[in-house]
Ligand binder design. Structure first.
Ligand SMILES: Cc1ncc(COP(=O)(O)O)c(C=O)c1O
Length: 481
């Protein structure tokens, strides 16, 4: 070990608080310290290389080799204007990026509100939905028949008989971030419980996991079940109090749940029927991961709001956005109305310059087209893993996949909590890392291995992912016998 390694290890153990990390585990074990990256690969302090089949956190879409070019764009921006704000002012990079995002987003998603990341985007989307109805005027908040009260700022206050729309609906096991609003939308009980009581009021409906449904159920019947449940939930909450339905095009947590046929068309119809805003959480799916600039386009979701972050800059910068349709923006264009929300670093010029350069690189390198052209080959390669006794299901699309691990493939029986802990934390996470593959062994829902490489990956990387996963999962199956 070099001196640098020893120092970094000691200082990391003494001072760094890692996110979602059992820090106690590092009293004795080494902290994994990644020092550089290129293409789809990372290198640690010992010079060991890893294939990053998770693209950082589902986010380094262009891979790790564009630091020079993006750094140059950042440097030029730093020289020109290192910081200015979007509070009451604009600057060229935020304007250009807003126009670029609007041109790539489907339909009339024409307005970008910038923030620093995914949680803030989700937080901002819920706040925007809450304020939208008040800003729009009495129509939506006067179901009970009361006249809306107009306040000095021209917006409409809820009255005792005119319930305010503030509630949200999301899906079970969905991850939407960690700030209090985003966390409340989050559908993972273990993440929610330590922080309860959360922000009122969110209910969670079934996600689109079909693997544990009755095998004879048709896709159409499954869609109908999901839509009936959503509608009943809205009705039971009081439709006039619900402002937001928030869903990922392909749900990550639980393992790459794609929507069944007709699902999002049905969700859209229900939202329209009850005058509720539909928000697509595209923090992972936007900017190429599912083979389109936005997953909403792939599944024809027609959302009112889109939240995005990670791939917007390929994670070279801390930037996210809520993108809103003209209809959502319209009430905020009144002379005295405004979205009462802001974040110092939202639309930071250097972050915007980096995001603009990232999009330029994605276009120049044909990255979205590459995902579309190679997604079938990727799926075919991953499918080989279904021969392993504990691999029950492979699901996903684009460059966004998950393998579900089961005890018994025929009955689809899962592992007990203790077996899961042993398998996922006791063996798989370390074994994969030791074998030089970064992907995520995740048991927030049923146990899955999440695979989401940089979008520049090709057949050589697909083969290596399958080779390492094949060896490690086969060994896991033997140990479990
Ligand atoms: C779908 C989704 N929404 C929101 C978030 C939160 O993003 P961030 O970690 O940038 O706050 C994530 C992060 O993984 C996510 O996957």
């Amino acid at each position: 070990m070099s001196t640098t390694t020893i120092d970094l290890q000691k200082v990391a153990k003494d001072h760094l608080w890692m996110h979602f990390t059992r820090m106690g585990g590092y009293q004795t074990a080494d902290v994994p310290i990644i020092v550089r990256g290129d293409g789809c690969y990372l290198e640690d302090t010992n010079g060991k290389r890893y294939l990053d089949a998770l693209a950082g956190l589902f986010s380094v879409n262009i891979g790790y080799s564009f630091g020079e070019e993006i750094g140059q764009a950042a440097l030029e921006q730093m020289r020109e204007l290192p910081f200015y704000t979007n509070w009451s002012y604009a600057h060229p990079r935020a304007i250009e990026l807003a126009a670029e995002v609007a041109s790539l987003a489907p339909g009339d998603l024409n307005r970008a509100f910038f923030c620093s990341g995914g949680s803030e985007a989700v937080e901002s989307a819920w706040k925007l939905a809450r304020q939208f109805y008040a800003a729009r005027g009495g129509k939506a908040i006067t179901d009970a028949g009361a006249e809306p009260q107009t306040r000095h700022d021209g917006q409409v206050a809820a009255t005792a008989s005119a319930p305010r729309r503030y509630k949200a609906i999301a899906r079970n096991i969905a991850y939407h971030g960690t700030t209090m609003g985003a966390l409340s939308i989050n559908g993972i009980p273990a993440l929610r419980e330590p922080f309860e009581p959360l922000v009122p009021e969110v209910r969670h409906v079934s996600n689109t996991n079909r693997y544990h449904r009755a095998p004879e159920e048709t896709e159409e019947a499954f869609t109908r079940f999901l839509l009936d449940e959503l509608e009943q939930t809205i009705v039971s909450m009081g439709p006039e109090t619900v402002c937001l339905v928030h869903m990922e095009p392909v749900q990550n947590a639980g393992g790459a749940f794609t929507p069944p046929d007709g699902y999002f068309q049905g969700v859209r119809e229900i939202c329209d029927r009850y005058d509720i805003l539909l928000s697509a959480d595209e923090v992972i799916t936007a900017f190429g991961r599912v083979g389109y600039w936005f997953g909403s386009e792939r599944y024809d979701i027609r959302p009112d709001l889109v939240t995005c972050a990670k791939g917007l800059s390929s994670s070279y910068a801390a930037i996210g956005a809520v993108v809103a349709t003209d209809r959502v923006m319209e009430p905020f264009l009144g002379e005295t109305s405004m979205f009462s929300h802001g974040i110092t670093f939202g639309g930071h010029p250097t972050m915007c310059a980096i995001a603009l350069k990232n999009i330029e690189i994605m276009k120049r390198e044909g990255i979205v087209e590459h995902v579309r052209a190679s997604e079938t080959a990727f799926a075919e390669t991953l499918r080989q893993l279904l021969d392993i006794p504990i691999v029950g299901d492979l699901r996903g699309t684009g460059f966004f996949y998950a393998l579900e691990l089961v005890k018994d493939k025929d009955s689809r029986e899962g592992f007990s909590e203790q077996e899961c802990e042993q398998l996922m934390r006791g063996f798989l996470s370390n074994a994969l890392f030791d074998a030089g593959l970064i992907c995520r062994a995740d048991d927030r829902g049923d146990p899955v291995i999440q695979i989401s490489p940089p979008l520049v990956a090709g057949q050589a990387e697909f083969d290596e992912i399958v080779r390492i996963l094949g060896e490690v999962l086969t060994e896991a199956a033997v140990r479990l016998r």
